[in-house]
Design a protein around this ligand. Structure first.
Ligand code: NAI
Length: 247
């Protein structure tokens, strides 16, 4: 996969899955924007990529805020003059059962995981349309397809991302922009590490391959969808979950 001359924004890429995606795209030649709320982590990730010969710049922005999402795209355009790939990866969890879920936790999760993707996509499609080429990849979750007790806010946001993906895919298909979603299953990151051993064992029982995925597993799928080779794939949901969900 050749991504030389491509410019990519990966939201929430200071660590975890986003970091693996940004590193992978940079390894294949893309100039990569490391966006996160965590400035130190974003700078560190960008420095690691540059140390390996890649091109990366950190931009701190809260993608749940419209002006910040726009600034992220504007600063990328000001620095590099183009934007080819947007990976909407930033996400948070605020888990609790429905009866105990606060309105604040509902809003925070929806604002980051769903509204953030809308705001970044809206800002990104303008330059992509002018270029006649673009890739938007939304990181959803198996929870958005199956539901998950204790995650009404998260599952609703991740399901919402699938509707967003398919709609934006239809709106921009004729402009050379593809829009796809990836639904990871159980991936070993700082988001899942705090789960109790009992919950982890429960997940593992549901995974036919028998082990948790790595951020690298998700990054490989993003790399493919971001490539020219994937030009005929749009509006799809790619499950990267060790067979957890077979539709
Ligand atoms: P993580 O918690 O390790 O990393 C998420 C990153 O997003 C953090 O660096 C955080 O600072 C950043 N972030 C949060 N809010 C932000 C905002 N408003 N603006 C900019 N950056 C922000 O999580 P992980 O595990 O790497 O997850 C990445 C994505 O993959 C998330 O969307 C998550 O929902 C999704 N996912 C993860 C799975 C897993 O098992 N770890 C499974 C399915 C989906």
């Amino acid at each position: 996969m050749h991504l030389e001359s491509r410019v990519a924004i990966v939201t929430g890429s200071a660590r975890g899955i986003g970091q693996a995606i940004a590193t992978k795209l940079a390894e294949h030649g893309a100039t990569t924007i490391i966006n996160d709320l965590d400035g130190g982590g974003a700078e560190q990730t960008a420095a690691q990529i540059r140390a390996r010969g890649g091109q990366a710049t950190a931009i701190v922005a809260d993608i749940s805020q419209a002006d910040e999402a726009k600034r992220l795209v504007d600063e990328t355009m000001a620095s590099y003059g183009r934007l080819d790939i947007l990976v909407n990866n930033a996400g948070i969890t605020r888990d609790s059962f429905l009866l105990r879920m606060s309105e604040e936790d509902w809003d925070r999760v929806l604002n980051t995981n769903l509204k953030g993707a809308f705001l970044c996509s809206r800002a990104a499609v303008r330059p992509m349309m002018k270029q006649g080429w673009g890739r938007i990849i939304n990181i959803s979750s198996v929870a958005g397809v199956m539901g998950n007790a204790g995650q009404a806010n998260y599952a609703a946001a991740k399901a919402g991302l699938l509707g967003l993906t398919k709609t934006v895919a239809r709106e921009f298909a004729s402009r050379g922009i593809t829009v796809n979603a990836i639904a990871p299953g159980f991936i070993d990151t700082e988001m899942t590490r705090p789960l109790s051993e009992a919950v982890k064992q429960e997940f593992l029982r549901l995974i036919p391959v028998g082990y948790a995925g790595s951020p690298e597993d998700v990054a490989q799928a993003v790399l493919f969808l971001a490539s020219e080779e994937a030009r005929y794939i749009t509006g799809q949901v790619l499950h990267v979950d060790g067979g957890m969900l077979m539709a």
